[in-house]
Each structure stands twice: as structure tokens, then as C-alpha cells.
Design a protein around this ligand. Structure first.
Ligand code: LLP
Length: 408
């Protein structure tokens, strides 16, 4: 059990909130941000936290207070980012399908730039800016066709995915920006994927981007930012890979681009290791050759194991005597794909015993749903060795039908 979750404190939290509950360590989130800052100190980049990883206002607010900016991918995330206290001038807006309303909202908010991903989107940004009589700051998202060697669902930097545009298309987009009275080119962006375990893909993309930026300069287009996205890997159950590994490599590759300010968009690496999902053992059973622990947490609370086959370590809050037994940890949802862990090994937990699913601070709550009409879990921020705060109430049964309209 990582010492960021003291068992006595977790028990106290659960007595008040019930289960399932997400718990996040404030200390660990700040440690993660600081290790990025330290590793990259020579480059002084802007860290734009990818809100999608964990968009709770208290978590995001903590990062905002400590100097981070935000990367948002919807009007909803922009709203959350502003509410959480990020300075508008440190927010960037990414994503392939921004609506006209979202684009206007972004321009009204005065954010740093919009990452555009297609010609038609660029035209939509231009139209919105013209309507508002402003000059929209944009950056083009390149698809450098670099394989980040990760799960196919979270690969974004290769051709054949919907993301970004080729360098030649980007050349056309920057020319349109240069000729427009309502657009201003400020940066270049790429995001290769998530769970990247080597600096190499970043280097390949950076090197191609560097050449392209050189060719833009020859055409008189001068950029201010190079945004290399997020995606730095986290070992499930461990922490993020040393950011110095990435920083050293990026530093060398950025040599020719000294005038550009670096932007990173880390999501998972800031929050994954700081969070756990606490669930309660409801029943134990053996069926066929398999043992099951059935908990009150399920795939609607935490979908990563079911969706990506992610392996998150499971640990029992109370140490139990006895030999390790092999279990699947599953929830009550009516699907065989509903599991939180497969082939976990631990001594048989007692009924009512608490289990922690580790490394669940990113893409945990933010991907949760009410599937099977299960109210979403509560969220808690651990603020000190003995202190914590509820940062989202558990949903109630009423919440399930709150927006439904009864036909008399
Ligand atoms: N920037 C952009 C434009 C992104 O699309 C993403 C993630 C990030 C930054 C942050 O990437 P990170 O540092 O968190 O790896 N639900 C999946 C992950 C999807 C990531 C999508 N984009 C999962 O649970 O593994």
C-alpha cells in the first residue's frame, strides 16, 4: 500500500463517505508537478494539465494554484478550467470537433490558443473571430505519423487516426492564417498518444516539426510556441517514468528552436499515481476454476481494465493472514467484461473488507458513468497525514433521473 493512503485515514474516510470512493493525495499530485518542473527547469515550459485525466475542480485547482495551465477538449472542460482558477492566458483548446459555440466561448474567454485540426475547423474559427471582430490565436495540430508504441485506442500521432493534419496540409493552413485578418498563428502542436514509455517518439516528431518550422520561417511565419502534447507514461501501480528522461532528450532536440516556448500537456502522469478507488468486498465465490471477489465498485466507476485491458494493482486495506489466492475482482454490473482486476493475488479478503485499486487518479472518475443506473462515486482529496476533504458528493438515486422529463 503506498504510504500516501494511510489505512487509518482511509477507514475514517470510508466511514463518512461509504464506497466506492476515489481518494487522491494532494501531496503526490504536487510532487508529480514539482518533479516535472525540476526536470524541465532549464526550459521553463508551460505545463498545461490535460483536464480530461481528472477534471474535479479541487484537483485541477491545486494545479492551477501551483502555476500550471490547462489543456481542454470541450466547452465543458473549458468551463471547468476557468472555474478551477486557471488563468485564461494559460489555457489551450484541443480536439478534432469543436462546435461553433465552443469556439466562440473559447475566444470570449481569452485563452492562449486554439489547436486546429482541419481546414474546415480553421474556417470556423476564422468566422467566429470575424463575427466578434477579434484575431483568433491558433496553432495547427500536426499528425507527424510517429508511432508511440502504445494501445491502439490511445495512439493519436499516426496517419490513419482522426487527429491532426499532415505537414503539407499544415503548410496550407499556415498560409491561410497568414493571409487572414482574423487569425494569428502562434504555435505548432502535436500529441502522439498516451502511455508513452520512451522519449524517442517525441524526438522523431520534434525533429520533423523543427524542419517544418524552419520552412515556415522562410515564408515569414514566426511562431511563439511549440506544444508537444502529453502522453508521458505511468507504470500502473508505480509512478510516472522519470521526467528527466524526457526533458534531457527534448532539450537537445529543441536546440534549433530556441525562440519558441515549450508547452507540455501532461494528464495521467500528474494524477494517476496520486489516486486510488476504494471498494468494499460484497461476496466471495468460486465458479468453475475461478475465484471471484465481487465488490461494490464496477466498470461504470472505473472502466480502464475493461476498455483497455489495463492492469491496476489491487491491495487490501487490512493485512490478512493466509496464503495468496488468485482472484478476479469484479463488480455488480451485468456484463462479463465488468472487472476491475484479473488474476489479482491476495489473501482472501473478509466480507466487508476494503480493497484499493491503485493508480486510478487519471481516467478513473472522469470516465465513469451511471451505467446499470449506479450513482457515480464520491471523490475525496487527502490534504495531510490526518486530514481530508470531500470534493464531490456521491450521487443519489434522484440524480439518476434528475434530467429526465416525465410524460404525464
Ligand atoms: N493532450 C491531448 C491533446 C490529449 O488528447 C491527451 C490525452 C493529453 C494531452 C493527455 O495525455 P496523458 O498525459 O494523460 O497521457 N482514456 C485513456 C487515455 C486517453 C488519452 C486521450 N488524450 C486511458 O485511460 O488510458
Amino acid at each position: 500500500m503506498p504510504n500516501i493512503f494511510p489505512p487509518e485515514l482511509v477507514k475514517r474516510i470510508v466511514r463518512r463517505t461509504g464506497t466506492p470512493v476515489y481518494i487522491y493525495s494532494q501531496k503526490k499530485i504536487l510532487q508529480n508537478l514539482n518533479s516535472y518542473k525540476k526536470a524541465f527547469s532549464a526550459l521553463e515550459p508551460l505545463f498545461c494539465y490535460a483536464m480530461k485525466a481528472n477534471s474535479n475542480g479541487a484537483v485541477a485547482g491545486l494545479l492551477a494554484k501551483n502555476g500550471a495551465g490547462a489543456d481542454v477538449v470541450s466547452g465543458g472542460e473549458l468551463y471547468r478550467a476557468l472555474k478551477a482558477g486557471f488563468e485564461p492566458g494559460k489555457i489551450i483548446f484541443s480536439g478534432v470537433g469543436k462546435t461553433a459555440q465552443e469556439i466562440s466561448y473559447a475566444l470570449r474567454s481569452g485563452l492562449l490558443f486554439i489547436n486546429v485540426e482541419s481546414l474546415e475547423e480553421l474556417r470556423a474559427v476564422e468566422a467566429a473571430a470575424a463575427g466578434m471582430k477579434v484575431k483568433a490565436p491558433v496553432s495547427v495540430r500536426i499528425n507527424p505519423d510517429v508511432d508511440p508504441h502504445t494501445h491502439k485506442f490511445i495512439t493519436t500521432g499516426t496517419l490513419g487516426t482522426k487527429f491532426g493534419v499532415t505537414f503539407s496540409e499544415a503548410g496550407r493552413l499556415y498560409a491561410i492564417v497568414a493571409a487572414s485578418r482574423h487569425l494569428r498563428a502562434v504555435g505548432l502542436h502535436f500529441h502522439l498518444g498516451s502511455q508513452i514509455y520512451s522519449p524517442k517518439p517525441y524526438l522523431l516528431a520534434l525533429s520533423a516539426a523543427g524542419k517544418f518550422i524552419g520552412s515556415l520561417e522562410q515564408k515569414g511565419v514566426k511562431l511563439s510556441y511549440i506544444d508537444i502534447g502529453g502522453g508521458w507514461g505511468v507504470k500502473e501501480g508505480g509512478g510516472m517514468l522519470p521526467p528527466a528522461l524526457l526533458a534531457g532528450a527534448v532539450h537537445r532536440e529543441l536546440n534549433g528552436l530556441k525562440d519558441l516556448r515549450l508547452i507540455l500537456e501532461p494528464g495521467r502522469s500528474l494524477v494517476a499515481s496520486a489516486g486510488a478507488l476504494v471498494v468494499k468486498t460484497l461476496y466471495r465465490k468460486t465458479s468453475g476454476a475461478k475465484n471471484y471477489i465481487i465488490t461494490d465498485g464496477a466498470m461504470n466507476d472505473f472502466i480502464r481494465p475493461a476498455l483497455y485491458g489495463a492492469r491496476h494493482p489491487v491491495t487490501a486495506l487490512e493485512k490478512r493472514k493466509g496464503p495468496d489466492v488468485k482472484f478476479d475482482v469484479t463488480g455488480p454490473v451485468c456484463e462479463s467484461g465488468d472487472f476491475l482486476a484479473r488474476e489479482a493475488r491476495l489473501p482472501l479478503p473478509r466480507r466487508g473488507g476494503l480493497l484499493l485499486i491503485l493508480s486510478a487518479g487519471a481516467y478513473g472518475f472522469s470516465m465513469s458513468s451511471q451505467y446499470n443506473s449506479r450513482p457515480r462515486a464520491a471523490e475525496v482529496l487527502i490534504t495531510g497525514p490526518r486530514s481530508w476533504r470531500l470534493i464531490r458528493r456521491r450521487e443519489t438515486r434522484r440524480d439518476l433521473i434528475r434530467n429526465e422529463i416525465q410524460i404525464p
